[in-house]
Design a binder for this molecule. Structure first.
Ligand SMILES: [Zn+2]
Ligand SMILES: [Zn+2]
Length: 308
């Protein structure tokens, strides 16, 4: 069976005994491919089974990127020098706390997320998500990822806000709030229902998008999911550095935004951007609360004057 990775050609390549052999075969028959495209195509060629190739790729990408991104934050927590940039400086997570959280997240990944990941290639085929080389233009990937991040942020804002309501909080979202001072590993420490509901914002919109447009590449999806993972982990890191992104991009949420949510349990519901919380007046923290109260006081005064 010819892999879909070569959908645009009639190439029939000899089976490769090793991955590196697959790389050199792809290089010799398609020298025009970029570095990433060559290694991508070689993976599918080496696996000789697209379902397994996509499933393994997705699962490994998730594990590698998640724990790979958490590791620097774990190391930073062990070095007192960095404490000067810790948002809740007195609350350094203990090794035991981090270990408990790590174990939960790992088991959770295997139990809850392995199944959708393994069924992903058939879904891609049905929806028309391409795995073929060459990849789309960088500009196409950029605008699609930009669109997904805006949609995900909106979804996250409303569902996260809902999860703070009565029974939703008590039975589902409370688990994620176990850590009032979050750390990297805590990003995916959540009830399975929450993982599914908020995860739709990340994976569901690309599915809806490709359903209507037929224009999406699996590589774009891999980049988007990686960036979203980085965003989620960094926003739980507990550190706000002078070089943190929100200092240069004022609408970027970052750790400072989400740490306040964990600290005060209320407000700052969005994931990546600040515009929803700003516009709908749900910003967290004592300063935002004081400003809100001041605005309400002025409004009441104005109304009283009008009434007189
Ligand atoms: Zn919350
Ligand atoms: Zn959180």
């Amino acid at each position: 069976m010819i892999s879909e990775v070569f959908a645009n050609s009639t190439l029939v390549l000899p089976k490769a005994a090793t991955y590196l052999e697959a790389v050199s075969t792809v290089k010799s028959v398609s020298p025009h491919l970029t570095f990433m495209e060559t290694y991508w195509a070689a993976w599918y060629h080496y696996m000789q089974n697209d379902v397994l190739a996509t499933g393994l790729l997705f699962f490994c990408l998730h594990e590698f990127m998640y724990f790979g991104r958490c590791l620097p934050w774990f190391i930073i927590d062990c070095i007192p020098y960095f404490n000067q940039w810790k948002i809740q400086a007195t609350k350094i997570p203990s090794g035991k706390e981090q270990w408990e959280c790590f174990k939960y997240v790992l088991i959770h990944h295997f139990l809850v997320e392995a199944i959708p990941i393994w069924g992903f290639h058939p879904l891609c085929q049905k929806l028309g998500i391409s795995v073929a080389v060459p990849f789309p233009e960088i500009s196409t990937m950029l605008w699609q990822i930009g669109l997904f991040s805006v949609l995900e942020d909106s979804w996250h804002y409303w569902f996260h806000r809902l999860f703070h309501y009565g029974p939703f909080y008590k039975y589902i979202h409370k688990q994620h709030h176990r850590y009032a001072a979050p750390f990297g590993f805590a990003a995916e420490y959540a009830h399975p229902v929450e993982t599914m509901a908020l995860g739709f914002g990340t994976v569901g919109f690309p599915i809806v998008f490709v359903y209507f447009t037929g224009n999406l590449h699996l590589f774009t999806l891999c980049i988007w999911i990686t960036l979203r993972l980085f965003q989620a982990i960094d926003s739980h890191s507990g550190y706000d550095f002078p070089w943190s992104l929100h200092n240069f991009v004022p609408f970027w949420a970052g750790a400072e935004h989400h740490d306040l949510h964990h600290h005060y349990f209320i407000g700052n519901y969005a994931s990546s951007f600040r515009w929803w919380d700003f516009t709908l007046d749900t910003e967290a923290g004592p300063e935002a609360k004081a400003e809100r109260e001041e605005r309400m006081r002025l409004k009441a005064e104005r109304n009283a004057k009008k009434a007189n």
